[in-house]
Ligand binder design. Structure first.
Ligand code: LIP
Length: 268
């Protein structure tokens, strides 16, 4: 069993506390599916409640740290080198539709670098965590990215843009290019879990455009500590602010990036 630092213990305890209500609320969502209005308002309240729990727990443990959260936005703290980056419910659309694939994602950013990350998938009780220099873990098990080295065998994950988001047409070209080269492409609907699955060796890579920092921040340290590479699709390092990401094994990061970049140039 890996020895967890005090920091990781704080993050895990906060995630577990917020998850208890989220799981209860997920049970309610199933009852609300049949109503005409649907469970949308209920889910948005569940999301906010989870965020408030995470904020309260993490603030109590580290009162000086700042926050960036999906619902409440930025809260500055007196210590401006440390901030929590939080998605209280990643995979909201899945949750809303009664699909048990969602997670709580908590990252600690220190001096603009992601130092630690926890991604908790409460239905399957999968606690993914990583800390810089301490490895990536799933519950008690150490994680390594996949060793599959052939594109033909590679399974990738992505996010499909939807109504109200951009990049629909370029995404169509990216998908067409990638699907012709690999064993499959999955869209499971929770970016944090897509990243955690790359760290766990389940996918060889994941890419998405139009993505927010809170969806991917914890996954960055997980993938890196499991031996993978994380960049923007063009290879840049500003994935937390430029809304696009490419996370993959060392063998697949280059080939997947090449395919994605070529498909973007194809129109020009
Ligand atoms: C969602 C992601 C999903 C992505 C969406 C969205 P939310 O996060 O995890 O995979 O495609 O763009 O960002 O809104 O459920 O926290």
């Amino acid at each position: 069993m890996a020895l967890r630092s005090a920091l990781i213990n704080v993050m895990i305890a906060a995630a577990q506390k917020a998850a208890r209500n989220l799981v209860r609320d997920f049970g309610e969502v199933e009852n609300l599916q049949v109503s005409r209005k649907g469970p949308a308002d209920f889910v948005s309240t569940a999301d906010k409640k989870a965020e408030q729990t995470l904020h309260a727990e993490l603030h109590r443990a580290r009162p000086d740290f700042g926050f960036i959260m999906e619902e409440a936005g930025v809260i500055e703290g007196p210590d401006n080198s440390n901030r929590w980056i939080i998605d209280p419910l990643d995979g909201t659309t899945n949750f809303l539709h009664g699909i048990p694939h969602f997670a709580i994602s908590i990252a600690l950013e220190r001096d603009r670098d992601i130092l630690a990350g926890v991604i908790y998938e409460p239905i399957g009780d999968q606690m993914f965590w990583a800390e810089k220099g301490q490895g990536a873990h799933l519950n008690g098990k150490r994680l390594r990215v996949s060793a599959r080295s052939r594109l033909d065998d590679a399974l990738f994950a992505t996010g499909i843009p939807f109504k109200g988001t951009e990049n629909h047409e370029p995404f169509g070209r990216q998908l067409a290019a990638v699907m012709g080269e690999c064993a499959g492409v999955r869209r499971f609907g929770a970016a944090a879990l897509d990243m955690a699955y790359v760290a766990a060796g389940r996918y060889e890579g994941y890419w998405e455009t139009g993505i927010n920092a809170w969806d991917i921040a914890a996954g960055v340290v997980l993938v890196r500590e499991a031996g993978g590479f994380v960049t923007e699709i063009d290879g840049g390092r500003k994935f937390l602010t430029r809304n696009n990401i490419l996370a993959a094994t060392p063998d697949m990061h280059g080939p997947l990036g090449d395919i994605l970049r070529k498909s973007t140039k194809a129109r020009d």
